[in-house]
Design a protein around this ligand. Structure first.
Ligand code: NAD
Ligand code: DAU
Length: 351
């Protein structure tokens, strides 16, 4: 079969990437979708079991730090669109091992930019390098204000510094070599398939297992939460309608203090597990704060709302309820990803 376009999705075995791959496979049968992933602890092909046999799907197990293989792949397939979701993505891990974040997030991204630029420089057809980034590059907010696309970068963690650097490299390739790019910066995602090191799935797993819920500091840190499928839809909308050279902030105007979010989560879990009201809240334990902990993130998403017509499709209460249901129904997935090295990580981080 000859396809209209070749789309390379990087990091498609991870949390957000798997939702993007699924959406593209189903929505674009005329596009050949390549999913490239190294399958680190965060990458899991179980996330894509339902679509792995689709005709327009190819999986490539490759490390983006392997420059030679990346260049060969770009020469061989001459992809039309690259959607780059690969990253070391957990802030706490970046505090213990910043080197892995520089290697993957900065050097790996540079390898991709270089390979794309090399094969695209003489091409007449439309190309796009779409880089997925985070609101954390903007640093932290006080109690008021929102991050806009014009907010200066001011990253505070090794993770956000590495993401900021990768964003700068993407823009620099646009300015210097004319690489056709778009960047989007999204707020905190939650939903099915998220690795249980991040706040919501970690706490769901701990509630299931009657384990303490480690709230950092006083719990008064604020994050802006978006259901992962709404992020995948936004990525699709930007892929279709985004303007080259632009940045789009993605968020749901949905701010929660950690402690308030955890209490709602506890209530919903008690309800769904038929436990006595208040049982899960008793597991809340205030622990040592994260070093350099950003006080507040909040995205002004009015540009994507107005210019591209995207807005979230589910409320936070609905999204959280669907998320909890998914983890309760996918016990085997949760058990698989929390066996092996997960225990070592957990002990080092929390015990
Ligand atoms: P994730 O950690 O769940 O997935 C990352 C994927 O990248 C995994 O499948 C992993 O195997 C793969 N990977 C890691 N290193 C690799 C390498 N060297 N070569 C090839 N593959 C490699 O991450 P996520 O939460 O799905 O985030 C995806 C992207 O979205 C990241 O760029 C992240 O910075 C960004 N982002 C995440 C959030 C969020 O709340 N999770 C919010 C905004 C932006
Ligand atoms: O804002 C987007 C970013 O959101 C993404 O770029 C990152 O990849 C993603 O990991 C996420 O970063 P955060 O640091 O905000 O997410 P995390 O789930 O680690 O933490 C959310 C909040 O909860 C934060 O204030 C720290 C707090 N926390 C987290 C954990 C894991 C706790 O209080 N206890 C915990 O055990």
């Amino acid at each position: 079969m000859s396809y209209q376009k070749k789309i390379l999705i990087l990091g498609g075995a991870g949390f957000i990437g798997s939702h993007v791959v699924r959406r593209f496979i189903k929505k674009y049968p005329n596009f050949q979708i390549f999913n490239l992933d190294k399958l680190t602890y965060a990458g899991n092909l179980e996330n894509l079991k339902d679509i792995e046999k689709a005709e327009n799907y190819t999986f490539l197990k490759v490390d983006i730090c392997d420059r030679k293989t990346i260049e060969q792949l770009f020469k061989k397939h001459r992809f039309d669109t690259v959607i780059h979701l690969v990253a070391e993505s957990h802030v706490d891990r970046s505090i213990t091992n910043p080197f892995a974040f520089v290697e993957t997030n900065i050097m790996g991204t540079l390898n991709l930019l270089h390979a794309a630029q090399n094969v695209w420089k003489d091409s007449n057809s439309e190309k796009l390098f779409y880089h997925i980034s985070t609101d954390e590059v903007y640093g932290t907010l006080e109690k008021t204000g929102l991050f806009t696309e014009e907010t200066p970068y001011d990253p505070n963690s090794p993770y956000s510094a590495s993401k900021a650097s990768s964003d700068h490299f993407v823009r620099a390739f646009g300015e210097t070599y004319g690489l056709p790019y778009i960047i989007s910066n999204c707020s905190n995602n939650y939903g099915p398939n998220q690795f249980p090191e991040k706040l919501i799935p970690l706490f769901i797993n701990n509630i299931i297992n009657h384990k303490p819920l480690p709230v950092y500091g006083d719990g008064n840190y604020t994050r802006d939460w978006l259901y992962v499928i709404d992020h995948a839809i936004a990525i699709d909308v930007i892929f279709q309608k985004g303007k080259l050279g632009e940045t789009y902030n993605i968020g749901g105007f949905n701010e929660w203090k950690n402690i308030d979010l955890v209490k709602i989560l506890c209530q919903q879990m008690d309800d769904k597990l038929n436990r006595t009201a208040g049982e899960s809240e008793k597991l809340i334990t205030f622990v040592k704060d994260r070093p350099g902990h950003d006080l507040r993130y909040a995205i002004d998403a009015s540009k994507i709302y107005k210019e591209l017509g995207w807005k979230p499709s589910v409320t936070f209460e609905e999204g959280l309820s669907k998320t909890i249901d998914w983890y309760l129904q996918n016990h085997a997935w949760l058990k698989n990803v929390t066996s092996g090295d997960y225990q070592k990580y957990y002990e080092k981080q929390y015990l």
